[in-house]
Design a protein around this ligand. Structure first.
Ligand SMILES: [Zn+2]
Length: 227
């Protein structure tokens, strides 16, 4: 009763389009859900996500859930997840994507899920890593442990300002450390992130993970951007 009253006076808005949510909707309205530009990457072993890493790092499996367009619904959703404290969006996307991915044979061989880490200073400012809830959802649905300690971002990314004088990839490569011991050898790691754009960050993380002897790498992101 109290919740119904609260909802009546403070109706919740959809994070995609700002429309008021119906009582049977949560976070994202049914219209936005149906209009999400899905990639269908999971239906193809080779797709735009895997192609992004050709000649850069060896990827066993790669896919992104939806397309990111500037000023589109997905930008609104990701923005709400990253900057407006709506961590529950990651859970929702993780649950939707788990449904698509549940029969994937390669993912059944994954030993550990690794979110792209934030710099500790940024983590303190934001209060959460925007990829964590997505990772927790995949972890729960696939019964694969989430590991937020293996990778560490060791300084702020200065890629934007340095990319003219020094190669972008070379700069970002030095940003991630991997803390591993023998128990980490010969494992399959699933690296996850919010939006795949140039792939420079994921490539740098991937290279760090692939320093572990016998490591295999797969990559899943919530969104894929063509720009
Ligand atoms: Zn909506």
């Amino acid at each position: 009763m109290l919740k119904a009253l609260t909802d009546l006076f403070f109706p919740k808005a959809c994070v995609g389009c700002d429309a008021f949510l119906m009582s049977n909707e949560a976070i994202i309205c049914a219209n936005c859900r149906h209009e999400l530009p899905l990639t269908s990457h999971h239906l193809h072993q080779e797709n735009e996500t895997t192609q992004k890493f050709y000649g850069r790092i060896q990827v066993e499996y790669g896919s992104s859930f939806m397309y990111f367009h500037k000023k589109g619904i997905v930008q609104e959703i990701i923005h709400s997840l990253k900057y407006r404290g709506h961590e529950e969006i990651g859970t929702l996307i993780g649950d939707w994507y788990s449904e698509d991915l549940k029969d994937n044979a390669i993912l059944k061989t994954v030993d550990s899920i690794i979110p792209v880490p934030l710099h500790p200073k940024k983590l303190k400012e934001r209060g959460y890593n925007q990829v964590t809830t997505f990772g927790k959802s995949l972890s729960y649905n696939f019964e694969i442990p989430l590991d937020e300690t293996l990778l560490r971002r060791n300084r702020y990314s200065k890629t934007q300002t340095l990319k003219n004088s020094i190669g972008r990839a070379d700069v970002t490569q030095a940003l991630f450390d991997v803390n591993f011991n023998e128990e980490h050898h010969n494992k399959h790691y699933l690296l996850i992130d919010d939006v795949l754009t140039t792939g420079a960050t994921l490539e740098a993380c991937g290279k760090a993970i692939l320093k572990i002897p016998g490591a295999k790498l797969s990559i899943i992101t919530m969104a894929f951007s063509h720009s």
